[in-house]
Design a protein around this ligand. Structure first.
Ligand SMILES: [Zn+2]
Length: 213
């Protein structure tokens, strides 16, 4: 069995699925997409007993990234991801937070931008990185192949896909990325989206009305 465990903490008025992912051998973990509600995230970290090693971001949207700078500072860890193409969105976090009523939001500049083909290590675990743009230009998906789980952010949802009605959105690119990179991961791969319930590649292949078949 792979030494991996995940806990989901819904944060912000958008009920964004911030997740803690950790290696049960070393008890080292990452916080993925701390968009806000840092008290809830800190309680979850304390409950699990993990040592947070780093913060990962799937993409730069306010509900995913607005708490990253403060959490990184207080935990003394680095922020890795998303792709560099999302920096202009992360620069705009304070304005978006004011618009949507997300308190204590800060712009963030990651310590390391991530690209497809690179990996991120968490204790004894290794996560692969896929670039799936369209919702945002620098959107990443984190995959643990051994256990078959993908942290898909706002690319693919149960029965839906990420919105692309932003000036920088690209619906064709998003569908091409899902079809070309996520579906081939295999039917049994569990997908943890940025909002809503978990799903699987097989379920979305069979039922998602936004995907070509
Ligand atoms: Zn988003």
């Amino acid at each position: 069995m792979q030494p991996i465990q995940i806990a989901v903490v819904p944060v912000t008025p958008f009920e964004q699925n911030c997740s803690l992912l950790w290696c049960t051998t070393t008890m080292k973990g990452v916080v993925i997409d701390p968009g806000g509600d840092l008290d809830k995230i800190r309680s979850a970290i304390a409950e699990t007993g993990i040592t947070v090693d780093k913060i990962l971001l799937t993409h730069g949207h306010v509900d995913h990234a607005a708490g990253a700078a403060e959490l990184a500072e207080t935990l003394g860890v680095k922020v890795e991801g998303p792709g560099e193409a999302d920096q202009f969105i992360m620069d705009d976090i304070p304005a978006m937070a004011a618009k949507y009523g997300i308190p204590n939001a800060r712009a963030v500049t990651p310590d390391r931008y991530l690209s497809e083909g690179e990996t991120v290590s968490v204790g004894d675990l290794t996560l692969d990185i896929l670039h799936v743009p369209g919702h945002t230009p620098g959107h990443l998906v984190f995959v643990h192949k051994g256990v078959g789980i993908a942290i898909v952010g706002d690319t693919l949802f149960r029965g839906s896909v990420g919105r692309t009605d932003f000036p920088y959105g690209d619906p064709d690119l998003l569908i091409a990325g899902i079809v070309g990179k996520l579906l081939p991961l295999g039917d049994n791969v569990v997908c943890l989206p940025g909002h809503g319930p978990v799903t699987s590649i097989g379920d979305e292949k069979a039922h998602n009305p936004f995907l070509p078949r």
